[in-house]
Design a protein around this ligand. Structure first.
Ligand code: HAM
Length: 416
């Protein structure tokens, strides 16, 4: 029979990598605690309509990339391609506007997008998602950007660039859209096929097309920053001023428009110089009209999400540390079969004393067991016939080779 493999675009994260993920999660938890964010756990699937109305019908995510199916009750269900719409759905559903504002959330979990897989781009991937809902303050945008930078700083990531733009609001964006269409209209036949399709439906997306001919055409396109209404302009200026005060190095990028329709005002990404074409380690921004789009009352919000595969890849390529790979403290080596019951009892006692312990379950030779002990553990606890008769243990330090004979109490004390 043919072998069954993991679906394209998914990855098994195995033991030799998962401890690195555990480290990244621990660092994330430390950062979110220090910024006062609370964990939120939401469903992996939602009603499809949430993403149609929240993320936007004309986005690539909704048009091409969603895992959508009818459940056995005939409802259209979608595996979440992102979390912002779900967090806002939950905020509205649980009337969180009643509590003190803003409410701040964090979550780590899998997202699903039917994209063409390549390095740093998967069909199932893990995001750290951060959302702050309920305040219009530009200083909250700054907090979000600061949080993302603090996360990468603690992980030791280098060679990152923060790029920032404003995508305006429903008042000023239509005027900019018109100016952009007027500029692009004479070049329409030279745009790539996708951008020709975007011209009427979503012209701002043409600005971040990677096709060289489109890039050349949009080089001199009007900038949205010259078309912001006074409110969006003042908001953007405060964000920049406050980031400068924090000493953050940022680059303004008039082409940055983000791929999801809910954004208003601030949009940002952090790019890694070590990732190739899928170089955004995170992306985010403000989304003051999302709540209304999904049936709530007007509620501002701002947040970002970071793809953790890309974070781990960047750390690996930069040789960043993931802390110490966890090792067992003790490996019990049995000299013959008569010792195995005693070995199992000793393992039970050591584990109950919070000493990470493993033992042999394959009746292997002492030599093979010692090899495993040296590869996986700090100490070998050797149990042979004489140790069993004399109720003691031989403890071998795998780094120095030193050996000593100890009672059970001494063994526990030493290993702790
Ligand atoms: P996004 O830019 O679509 O934004 O995704 C955020 C991050 O998720 C990206 O910068 C990247 O690191 C990672 N990512 C996205 N797609 C993939 C993929 N196929 N494979 C691997 N990593 C990927 C959002 O999702 C927004 N919800 C962010 C946000 C939160 N905005 C406001 N609040």
């Amino acid at each position: 029979m043919s072998k069954i493999e993991a679906p394209r675009g998914t990855r098994d994260i195995l033991g030799d990598e998962s401890w690195k993920w555990a480290y990244v999660r621990r660092v994330a938890q430390g950062v979110v605690n220090d910024f006062g964010y609370k964990e939120i756990s939401l469903p992996i699937f939602e009603h499809t309509e949430l993403f149609h109305r929240g993320v936007g019908q004309t986005t690539d995510v909704v048009e091409k990339e969603m895992y959508t199916f009818l459940d056995k009750g005939g409802r259209s269900i979608t595996l979440r391609p992102e979390l912002t719409a779900s967090v806002m759905r939950s905020y509205i559903e649980h009337n969180m506007a009643r509590g003190s504002q803003p409410q701040k959330f964090w979550c780590i979990g899998p997202m699903f997008r039917y994209e063409r897989p390549q390095k740093g781009r998967y069909r199932q991937f893990v995001q750290l998602d951060i959302e702050a809902i309920g305040s219009k303050s530009p200083l909250l945008d700054v907090e979000i950007i600061d949080l993302s930078m603090e996360f990468y700083r603690r992980l030791g990531l280098k060679n990152l660039q923060v790029v920032l733009n404003s995508v305006g609001c429903p008042e000023c964006r239509p005027l900019y859209k018109k100016a952009l269409q007027d500029f692009l209209a004479p070049h329409l036949p030279e745009l790539c096929e996708s951008c020709q399709g975007r011209f009427d439906r979503n012209p701002l997306r043409i600005l971040d097309c990677k096709t060289p001919s489109c890039k050349a055409i949009t080089e001199n396109a009007p900038s949205i920053l010259d078309h912001l209404c006074p409110d969006c302009r003042a908001h953007f200026d405060t964000v920049i001023k406050a980031l400068e005060k924090l000493g953050a190095e940022i680059k303004l990028d008039k082409r940055l428009v983000r791929g999801l329709d809910y954004y208003t005002k601030t949009a940002f990404e952090i790019l890694s110089g070590d990732l190739g074409s899928q170089n955004a380690v995170c992306g985010g921004g403000r989304y003051d009209n999302l709540a209304e789009a999904i049936g709530g009352v007007s509620t501002p919000g701002v947040g970002f999400a970071s793809g953790l595969e890309r974070v781990v890849l960047t750390m690996e390529s930069q040789g960043a540390t993931f802390g110490k790979e966890p090792r067992n403290r003790a490996y019990i080596v049995t000299a013959d079969d008569t010792a195995v019951l005693e070995a199992a009892r000793t393992a039970n006692i050591l584990r109950a004393s919070h000493i990470a312990t493993d033992m042999d379950y394959m009746s292997r030779s002492v030599k093979a067991q010692m090899k495993t002990a040296s590869g996986t553990s700090d100490f070998a606890v050797i149990l042979g016939q004489s140790e069993i008769e004399q109720h003691n243990y031989t403890l071998k330090n795998m780094a120095t080779g030193e050996q000593e004979t100890l009672s059970l109490e001494e063994l526990i004390d030493k290993l702790k």
